[in-house]
Design a protein around this ligand. Structure first.
Ligand SMILES: *Cc1c(COP(=O)(O)O)cnc(C)c1O
Length: 400
């Protein structure tokens, strides 16, 4: 099929949730490069939205998937699963958590975290159920995670929202203090708002939130679906802050492209889940767990996380160079290889994305007209330089 035929099929048979997509269909990838059906190469700074942390065709990941697929793809959680137990151990050994539950996506991991927080207080016989989240956050598309997502535009057509959620301004500790009531059970936050436009929580805010949670006896849930898996230059973003969340959720990069989500929790919270409290048919199946184990061991063994911190610093300097040159670049933000460049509203970010694609670079535009860069962690300095050159050409030719 050529691209026009694929588009025609999509337009006829697929629900129109994604509107006019970028008119490219990829055939295969190697490292950080994707190739379309005509063989044109694209350097990927989106990575399936922070999913393909090892890029494309990484032998360790491909081998792990093939060898597990040959043995056993799926088996029910009615039985013990070796790959699942091993992955759980690996996550616990490398985080502040004690126990893990596996789901299939970010929304599902967050949904489970919400249930866990409520059950924790239910068991104590205390009437605490409300979860406070941040305005401009993103936690998923299921009804509960949509209610948690502090963006009314996503919620409006689907009212009534499930009750028990309240969103308040981000990075505003006073707002949080006054929002906490006797029914508050948890705060759920991203440490860098991803979909919202790569907006970082400040150090003081994060420290203050942890302190406040301790004082008030409420749970701290960190949604690390996007910031996790080495993306910010640490395995988990909370490790930049010297804090210990009660619950962490993961997905996106965890399986390197194979769908898997996870809840990691401290024992005190984790033990609220008892037989029958929660479950999943696919969650933690052998194939997904083998993939995620390969991703984590590769990140750790190949030093990709320190490399991400260093390359991210270099990348950020290059973006700041662009900011110095073009006054319509309002801000450069982010950590590690999760970076954003906010453009003046007069510059259409979505058009820049299309022009970059024509130049052979895949980027994306998130909230607040912010170009978002979340490449595979195997991206190279030369590839970053190539993107900067392409952006420079686009900006100079069209917008100056
Ligand atoms: C993408 C994302 C989600 C939702 O993940 P899905 O796998 O699409 O359900 C939740 N939280 C954050 C922070 C995300 O970036």
């Amino acid at each position: 099929m050529d691209i026009q035929e694929i588009i025609a099929l999509d337009k006829k048979y697929y629900m129109n949730t994604f509107g006019d997509r970028l008119p490219v269909a990829f055939e295969y990838g190697q490292q950080s490069t994707l190739y379309d059906k005509e063989g044109k190469a694209y350097i990927d700074f989106v990575a399936g939205i922070a999913v393909n942390v090892l890029g494309y065709g990484h032998p360790a990941l491909v081998e792990a998937i093939i060898s597990q697929a040959k043995k056993l793809i799926h088996c029910s959680n009615l039985f013990y699963i070796e790959a699942q137990a091993q992955l759980a151990k690996l996550l616990v050994e490398n985080s502040c958590g004690d126990r893990v539950f596996f789901a299939n996506s970010g929304a599902e991991a967050n949904e489970g975290a919400i249930k866990l927080a409520r059950k924790y207080f239910w068991d104590k016989g205390v009437n605490k159920y409300e979860i406070i989240t941040a305005i401009n956050s993103f936690h998923g598309r299921t009804l509960a995670t949509l209610a948690a997502t502090g963006q009314e535009k996503y919620q409006r057509p689907f009212v009534p929202m499930p009750p028990g959620f309240k969103s308040i301004p981000y990075n505003d500790l006073e707002a949080l203090k006054s929002a906490i009531t006797d029914t508050t059970c948890a705060i759920m936050l991203e440490l860098i708002q991803g979909e919202g436009g790569v907006i970082e929580a400040t150090y003081e805010y994060v420290k203050g939130v942890e302190q406040l949670c301790k004082e008030k006896g409420i749970l701290l849930i960190l949604d690390e679906v996007q910031t996790g898996m080495g993306r910010t230059g640490k395995l988990f973003a909370y490790q930049h802050f010297g804090i210990q969340p009660d619950i962490i959720t993961l997905a996106k990069g965890l399986g390197g492209g194979v769908p898997i989500g996870a809840i990691i929790a401290k024992e005190s919270a984790a033990s609220a889940f008892e037989p029958g409290s929660h479950g999943s048919t696919f969650g933690g199946n052998p194939l997904a767990c083998a993939a995620a184990t390969a991703v984590i061991t590769t990140l750790l063994n190949e030093g990709l996380i320190d490399r991400c911190a260093q390359l991210g610093e270099y990348f950020k300097q290059r973006l700041l160079y662009l900011k110095d040159k073009y006054p319509f670049i309002k801000d450069v933000r982010g950590k590690g290889l999760m970076l954003g460049m906010e453009l003046d509203p007069s510059i259409p970010g979505k058009e820049i994305v299309k022009e970059a694609l024509n130049h052979g670079y895949i980027i994306n535009c998130a909230g607040h007209n912010t170009l978002r860069f979340v490449p595979p962690l195997v991206i190279t300095q030369q590839e970053i330089d190539g993107l900067i050159d392409a952006l420079e050409q686009i900006f100079t030719n069209t917008y100056r």
